[in-house]
Design a protein around this ligand. Structure first.
Ligand code: IPE
Ligand code: IPE
Ligand code: MG
Length: 232
């Protein structure tokens, strides 16, 4: 049975869910935000050590202003509502991505909540905001180069992983994308090198804790070989 330590989810399909039900796209985001609570709570309950959720990509800045502003408001609402859950359950809220780009009203709450939950160590909750996997790798490279007299021999894979924004969470074991598309859209590129991938047809607003259990059950039965062969 495979051990699931780091789970990553591309929460996709909010817009299509709204369209399918005759609502504006923003209603899809609202419904999607309510699913996040159920999934975070469930992950904490079943003992997942790190959960990384893709909430807003660097590329998503290209969407209409109104849609972006609803998403930012929903994020704020999420933090306000979930604060107690995080404090009571040992969850460290860790926003990752180019956070400087986010509006001030969001940034303050974001940093406060990160600080307030920073001693929590039961579960790491990484929320990817204004996130780009390539940018995260570039930032790590810039960070290493900016340290004077760095020694090229010390730049190992483990050392490099420690320079990424997910340094507390390690490699991704399972990467789920809802919404039926088969791509990773610039998410956790380094960390997912050996992740098991699961592409789920259901749209994010329809996703439930039971769906997650079904996928984890599938994951736990997979043969993760990491390039090796079994010697019988
Ligand atoms: C995912 O849902 C949420 C974000 C990208 C912020 P989408 O808004 O991408 O929904 P679809 O893919 O258009 O259905
Ligand atoms: C990926 O979904 C980003 C998030 C879920 C936040 P997108 O809908 O933005 O990705 P593409 O456009 O399908 O690649
Ligand atoms: Mg999408």
């Amino acid at each position: 049975m495979n051990k699931l330590k780091h789970l990553a989810i591309i929460m996709d399909g909010n817009g299509r869910w709204a369209q399918k039900n005759g609502f504006p796209r923003t209603d899809g985001h609202k419904k999607g935000a309510s699913v996040v609570h159920e999934i975070v709570t469930h992950c904490r309950k079943i003992g997942i050590k790190a959960l990384t959720l893709y909430a807003f990509s660097e590329e998503n800045w290209g969407r209409p202003k109104e849609e972006i502003s609803i998403l930012m408001e929903l994020l704020l609402e999420f933090m306000v509502k979930e604060r107690v859950t995080m404090l009571d359950n040992g969850i460290h809220f860790n926003p990752i991505g180019t956070l400087e780009k986010l509006p001030d009203f969001l940034k303050n709450t974001l940093f406060d909540l990160e600080k307030e939950t920073s001693i929590n160590a039961v579960m790491e909750l990484n929320i990817a905001l204004s996130y780009s996997g390539r940018q995260d790798i570039l930032n790590a490279i810039k960070n290493i180069i900016s340290q004077n007299n760095f020694d090229t021999y010390s730049i190992t894979e483990d050392f490099f992983s420690q320079k990424l924004s997910t340094f507390n969470s390690g490699d991704v074991d399972l990467l789920i994308r809802t919404g039926g598309d088969f791509r990773i859209s610039n998410f956790l590129l380094w960390e997912s090198a050996y992740a098991e991938l699961f592409f789920e047809q259901k749209l994010w607003p329809e996703f439930t804790a039971d769906d997650l259990d079904r996928i984890i059950n599938n994951f736990s039965q997979r043969d993760r070989r990491f390039g090796l062969i079994k010697i019988i």
